[in-house]
Design a protein around this ligand. Structure first.
Ligand code: NAD
Length: 440
């Protein structure tokens, strides 16, 4: 049998996400090969190189940043773009122009206008651009999609969906972290919930969202919550560690908090508690969670109307953990997600309206026990090969930029609805952004 082609990868921005994908790709060395890596932090490009088999490491080109990698002619089949939200557009555009296909982290770009430009460029240059909507690759959502598509609950009429970001995760990422300030990243409903917009659009059979209304505020994670003054850094607090549940010193003492630290501090696992505390003295993650420069809402509710009369609600909150959804059809209903997993009778249940019992759906275990994003990271890497090489066209990819762009329109339109208090016509919103009449 002829040897199968190995898909070559160039990592641009070798932070937490790109390293995750590269590591998983190197578990399938017969299908993937690392060709290059770029990041201003040298250890991160070296870490990517070191995932590769020893005999291939010398041939892997390492670069100090995206621009220097992209000055060269194309070095790989696929560029993985895992830089921060405000630096997706330029490397993605350049990579496509050089002939790369792209695995692009979400959000597609910092602004909707740029995201739509990248979608149009991919179309024009016939590049395959997959957006990392990892939820689509999880067993949980694949199973839900199958049930809905099978017609078991009839025609879907309405749904309620909830995304519980999680109290510590919210403070880590959306108060102290990279996405705390919408001006330097993207609005919460884009930064975090573009995944939800995408999954809802996909689950509901790609029925486009027509209009949206939304309310949400930053209520708790703000200076207004402080009852009396205290030092701006938790490392200067004199209270017992952990007395306050969001005390940053817990990064040094609590394993779950340390896991989050690992995403932003390369030495999180091996560093001593003293080293971590020293690092926290100057790092954004050492700040009091009530005295940061954050502006993202910590709760937001949205109501949406889709093609075919479908309606839905979506709630994002810092004060719940995990996603859950109820889908109501003409023949039955589905209840699914973290809440039901914890409170029974099962993570996914299907209940017919007339006669018949509630069916508890068993989820298949993922090979290798991959749990990142419910197995989504593993599923994404698994699918990347076919998405880039064998499916007939970009329309057959698991998450093409073409589809993802609609979820970004939904998300930015939802933010516009929240900020203006209006019901927003989604298609008209997209046209106005493209004409430059609205600045998103
Ligand atoms: N798909 C998902 O579920 C998911 C989850 C988390 C984050 N994300 C997204 O992934 C992206 C990356 O997130 P992360 O957590 O890996 O961030 P990160 O900060 O760990 O990684 C970003 C990397 O880019 C590097 N970088 C900065 N400037 C650069 C330049 N000029 N050239 C090359 N590299 C440069 C940084 O040094 C860093 O290593 C973000 O856009 C984020 O929103 C997606």
């Amino acid at each position: 049998m002829p040897e199968q082609k190995r898909l070559s990868l160039a990592g641009i921005g070798c932070g937490s996400r790109t390293r995750t994908y590269m590591k998983l790709a190197m578990e399938q060395k017969d299908r993937y090969r690392i060709a290059a890596a770029a990041d201003p932090v040298k250890q991160r490009t070296e870490a990517v190189r070191d995932f590769a088999p020893e005999e291939e490491r010398d041939s892997i080109r390492l670069f100090k940043d995206a621009a220097s990698l992209l000055e060269e002619p194309r070095l790989a089949d696929v560029a993985i773009i895992g830089t921060q939200d405000d630096y997706h557009y330029a490397p993605c555009k350049k990579a496509m122009e050089l002939g790369y296909h792209v695995l692009l982290e979400k959000p597609i770009a910092k602004t909707l206008k740029e995201a739509l430009e990248l979608r149009d460029l991919a179309r024009q240059l016939k590049r395959r651009v997959a957006v990392c909507h990892v939820l689509r690759y999880t067993q949980f959502y694949r199973t839900l999609k199958k049930i809905i598509a099978s017609g078991e609950i009839g025609d879907v009429i309405t749904f309620n969906a909830n995304e519980g970001v999680g109290a510590w995760h919210f403070a880590h990422s959306f108060v102290r972290g990279h996405w705390g300030n919408s001006k330097t990243s993207t609005p919460m409903i884009v930064a975090k919930c573009c995944h939800d917009m995408d999954i809802l659009y996909w689950l509901m059979g790609r029925r486009k969202c027509l209009s949206v209304a939304s309310f949400g505020e930053l209520t708790f994670f703000t200076k207004k919550t402080l009852s009396s003054p205290r030092p701006e850094r938790c490392t200067d607090w004199t209270t017992p560690v952990g007395e306050d549940p969001w005390d940053a010193r817990k990064y040094a003492t609590d394993d779950e908090c340390k896991r989050w630290l690992g995403m932003v501090y390369d030495r999180a696992q091996e560093a001593t508690a003293e080293e971590i505390c020293e690092w926290l003295e100057t790092s954004p993650w050492g700040r009091d969670y009530l005295q940061c420069d954050n502006d993202q809402p910590d709760h937001q509710v949205s109501i949406m109307r889709f093609e075919g009369g479908l309606t839905g609600t979506f709630t994002m909150t810092a004060f719940e953990q995990g996603r859950h959804i109820e889908v109501y059809g003409t023949k039955g209903k589905i209840r699914a997600g973290a809440f039901y997993k914890e409170n029974g009778p099962g993570e996914i249940t299907v209940t017919p309206h007339f006669g018949g019992k509630t069916r508890v759906v068993e989820l298949e275990e993922l090979a290798g026990g991959y749990q990142g994003h419910g197995g989504g990271d593993w599923g994404l890497v698994e699918a990347l090969y076919d998405d880039m090489l064998t499916v007939p066209s970009p329309a057959d990819m698991t998450t093409s930029i073409e589809e993802s762009a609609h979820s970004h329109v939904m998300a930015f339109a939802t933010e516009h609805a929240r900020l203006t208090g209006q019901v927003v016509d989604v298609a008209e919103f997209e046209r106005r952004v493209m004409r430059g009449e609205l600045d998103y």
